[in-house]
Design a protein around this ligand. Sequence first.
Ligand code: RIB
Length: 308
Amino acid sequence: MKRILVVGSSNVDIVVRTKMLPAPGETVHGLSVEKNPGGKGANQAVAAGKLGGSVVFLSSIGNDGDEQILLDMFGQAGLNTDFIHRADMQTGTAYILVDEKGRNSIVAVPGANDDCSVEYLKSNRNAFEESDIILISLEIPQESAEYAIRLGAELKKTIILNPAPAPDSFEESLYPCIDYITPNETELGKMSGMSISSDEEIVKAAEKLLGKGVRNVIVTLGGRGAMLVSPEDHRLFTPPDIAVVDTTAAGDTFNGAVCVYLAEGRSIEEAIAFANNASTISVSRKGAQTSIPTRKEVDEFASKGGRF
Ligand code: RIB
């Protein structure tokens, strides 16, 4: 099996459940508060690990005690954490409000993620050299993410970019380095500079990224699944129906799952179908990493036609 390298953030998520998300200036009643392991990069690495991948994770965590929640989960998911950076800072923290429909609002304070520097990545060049598939997200300094994309491409690795959170600008020369880019609709709109309100517009915006040199675009569409747009074709992959509890980390689970199936030598179409099942299960549960299913759970779910 091919080896996966994940480069990205680690956060501790402070999750408040509420009936309705507050409007600006409004105070609402909260139902509960929890502290969970999260962060886009960490969620993706844990997803790839729980789903059976061989995963090295490059990330920066703090030393305020909160990092232990993350390290415990990394251990359970079987990640190689030998190269994780320990910064003398506060661990990244995300404040997440989740409403009764499972929708969320997130404010992420980077903390130690700001120390996921180019120098740190340079000093772990061997982790890049020894991997086959590299998954990168943007909740770390942008110059570090850009460095990881360039180094991975120079080493002829398969590069998957999850452009989340949506960047304000993106270096044009990086597009040809990317094998798969996995924006949601908002991120696709921002990166393409186009407004998107239909499937036709999704395809047009994705084709704009293909025109810049990306080899494949996979647009994640929440409950509608994902759209694969390649130079040859475009195809919508619909997920099974499920009662939504919490959508946090659904996209991260999707990205980790795609990497695992590609690492096993499966086609991108098979990888998207697998990832749809994994992220569908994740939205039926609370939390970020706590909601991510194991490989056994996804395989059983698939064998029952996407039903529990
Ligand atoms: O993608 C979900 C993640 O975004 C959360 O776990 C939170 O940490 C934020 O970074």
